[in-house]
Design a protein around this ligand. Structure first.
Ligand code: ADP
Ligand code: MG
Length: 704
């Protein structure tokens, strides 16, 4: 295949001065493709400028005017201020004027001179009867190249110092002129979108109309999504093609475990266990995501899967993001699995514990449960179930015969860590679990290479959680209420936001919090828990709380994930606005785990709209799926994707939320393509392989 003209380095274009090539290079723009796929951040319709404003407004205006005067003033603190007075082209004495100001921006005064024509963009503010725009975006109009920079819908780019809008725009214009746009290969399968690729590239930069810009955007977003879905599909094809093994025993161990539980499984638990079981039994590696709301009972599903695996003679590992959580899983395992006589080990940074359970000699445990000797078994003395933190990723964790890796709270780990755990062994089955439900758009992308199981049903007889939002003046009332509940035998979490400035400040804040609450709740027993407490002590504190020897746990968000103490029915969160929505939902998930009614009290004095929307959402709903969508809306997908964490190439144009429907279309198209031609061998599909390579490069560039 001939090299695409888009791959050409800018340095090979004779008309770009080498110095500019270096400038662009530092900005990450090295090839024609880089230049053209750095899309405009917005547009100005320079066929009709706004009128000079008479009043201030929250809406930015785009004006074209003549610089009447420019002055530089020294102001307080040794700072300088550049003041430019702008007026309409055919101004009269009565025409409105506008003052543009820049503080401490030295290059501005060098660029602007009286008499110049200037285009400015910004929000006009009124002070003492004059209108100002502070730090407007601006551009000097220099006459000749009118068809590029003005009299059209003009692109405005996100740039860095040293590269001006005109410089960038002119380069794009010239590059587009020099390309045979019609010859560019389409990057979408036929039928997905009618706009040719070359047309879309031109129209996204220099749209002839709003409608053409929209059509161009649709085409390019679809292309971007399609490339991403190809990349995901290729990753998936890779795992599916790796030979795996059957890691599924007959189920006797799991049945005994279920029979010993004090409650029946929910329908969703039964269904997801069946889905996982089929994967474990299949001769290819499982790659499955289990997601469900806090408290939906994911641990039980994970343990069931682990028992199926253990019964087939392989080890099962469970990796948790924190020590506290790993230990809790370990305790649960011991409690639940003790009757089965399994060898469970804990591996965390500070601990290496073989379970106190009876260690059967070579395989006897297996024979005893299955009643048939001769099945595959782990090496003598190796634990069958290993629970741990990141420590599992390192040598000597004892994963010699790993059949199933369960990764709890996947979002706390990066993809690379996931990859590392999996690499250790020959294609183990992998189950990742997330604490929060994931909106569908994100499962299609971030987890697009995984099969998805959803726990969409809560165990029956869960106590209701009532969520209340109060300001700090109500703290004493809240404390009185909490004390009453504690006297009645309940337990409470008091959560305060972490102060991250320094260890010392953090310790001081913790001590203050502790003292405050001990007074408020006296004579109840309080314990303090935060990240800087050493692990052994942390355990002791958690243990006390679990055992009911402490009634209130004053803590930072270290208790966010996984902690399970059903008798705790109260959670009070101070400065609740400082936590994220999903995080607050997680925190709240620590209560309402038993049959008792629970209370979540959010304390906040915030008055800004986003904070209120966040806190009101929590007051209104306890549905994790709704909360996840609200979170996605409030924070935007970029934040949630956590790019480097996701292991996906970045999106330059597409918006996971607003463009969901296109992602779905792209996914369907990619899936269909892989079904028809798994290796993308057909000549008409070869180009798509280059797309995948390109995506991989982008992804790697982002991680490093
Ligand atoms: P999460 O999905 O948040 O990880 P857990 O696995 O910690 O939830 O389970 C939450 C609580 O619900 C635990 O105390 C667990 O023992 C209990 N639980 C799990 N499944 C059921 C069920 N089917 N019926 C009643 N309680 C259950
Ligand atoms: Mg959990």
């Amino acid at each position: 295949m001939t090299e695409s003209p888009l791959a050409k380095p800018l340095g090979e274009l004779p008309w770009i001065p080498p110095q500019r090539v270096r400038h662009f290079g530092r900005f990450g723009i090295a090839t024609i493709e880089d230049l053209l796929t750095h899309y405009p951040k917005r547009y100005e319709d320079r066929t009709t400028f706004d009128h000079f404003p008479q009043i201030e407004s929250e809406q930015p205006v785009c004006l074209c005017g003549i610089v009447r005067s420019i002055s530089v003033k020294r102001i307080r603190g040794g700072r300088t201020m550049v003041e430019v007075t702008l007026e309409e082209e055919q101004a009269t004495a009565l025409s409105p004027r506008l003052i543009c100001r820049w503080f401490n921006v030295y290059h501005v005064q060098k660029m602007i001179a009286a008499g110049q024509k200037l285009i400015v963009f910004g929000k006009p503010k009124e002070r003492l009867k004059k209108l100002y725009i502070d730090h407007p975006e601006f551009e000097i109009v220099e006459g000749e190249e009118l068809s590029i920079h003005v009299n059209r819908i003009t692109p405005i780019y996100r740039l860095t110092e040293g590269i001006t809008q005109r410089m960038y725009r002119a380069a794009v214009y010239r590059v587009l002129e020099g390309l045979n746009l019609a010859s560019l290969h389409d990057r979408l399968p036929r039928g997905l979108d009618p706009t040719p690729y070359g047309t879309a590239l031109r129209q996204i930069h220099f749209p002839d109309s709003e409608a053409q810009r929209e059509a161009a955007r649709r085409h390019l977003v679809l292309g971007e999504f399609f490339a991403m879905q190809l990349f995901i599909g290729a990753k998936r094809a890779e795992t599916v093609s790796r030979p795996g093994q059957n890691h599924c025993g007959p189920g006797a161990l799991m049945e005994r475990f279920h029979a010993g539980l004090p409650f029946p499984l929910t329908g969703a638990q039964t269904r997801t266990i069946a889905e996982i079981r089929a994967d474990l039994a299949a001769p290819r590696p499982m790659n499955r995501l289990l997601h469900g709301d806090v408290g939906s009972g994911k641990t039980l599903v994970a343990l069931s899967a682990m028992l199926l695996c253990v019964e087939s003679g392989f080890q099962a590992a469970l990796m948790a993001p924190t020590q506290i959580l790993a230990e809790q899983h370990y305790l649960n395992c011991k409690r639940w699995l003790a009757p089965l006589g399994l060898n469970v080990a804990l591996r965390t940074g500070s601990k290496r514990t073989e379970s106190a359970m009876p260690l059967f000699d070579d395989g006897a445990w297996l024979d005893s449960v299955m009643g048939k000797p001769g099945a595959r078994r782990p090496a003598a003395g190796d634990p069958q179930i290993i629970i741990g933190t990141h420590a599992l990723l390192y040598e000597g964790a004892g994963l010699n015969n790993l059949g199933l890796a369960v990764i709890d709270e996947q979002h706390k780990f990066g993809v690379l860590q996931r990859a590392k755990l999996i690499e250790q062994s020959t294609a183990p089955d992998v189950l990742v679990m997330t604490a929060t439900p994931i909106p569908r758009t994100l499962t299609m992308t971030v987890y697009g290479d995984l099969d998805v199981s959803t726990l969409d049903e809560m165990p029956a007889h869960r106590g209701k959680i009532i969520t209340l939002l109060r300001d700090t003046t109500k703290l004493p009332d809240a404390a009185a209420f909490i004390r009453k509940e504690l006297e009645a035998g309940r337990q409470a979490y008091i959560v305060y936001p972490l102060i991250e400035e320094s260890d010392k400040l953090e310790a001081k804040a913790a001590a203050q919090e502790f003292e405050k609450w001990q007074k408020l709740l006296a004579p109840m027993r309080c314990e303090l828990l935060h990240g800087r407490i050493d692990p052994a002590e942390k355990d002791a504190i958690m243990e006390k709380f679990r055992a009911g020897q402490a009634q209130a746990l004053i803590a930072t968000s270290v208790i966010e994930v996984g902690i399970d103490v059903p008798n705790a029915t109260i959670m009070l969160i101070e400065n609740a606005e400082r936590f994220g929505l999903a995080q607050l939902h997680q925190l709240r998930g620590r209560i309402g785990r038993g049959t008792l009614k629970s209370w979540c009290i959010l304390i906040s004095d915030a008055t800004d709209a986003p904070a209120l929307e966040k806190l009101n959402t929590l007051e209104e709903t306890a549905d994790g799926f709704k909360i996840a969508e609200a979170d996605l809306r409030l924070r935007g997908p970029g934040d949630i994707l956590g790019t480097a964490q996701s292991g996906l190439p970045p999106l330059k144009l597409g918006d996971l939320l607003a463009d969901q429907a296109w992602m779905r279309a792209a996914r369907t198209a990619a899936v269909r393509l892989f079904q028809a031609d798994p290796q993308l061998e057909r000549p008409e599909h070869r180009g798509f392989r280059d797309l995948i390579t390109g995506q991989r490069k982008l992804m790697l560039a982002q991680i490093s």
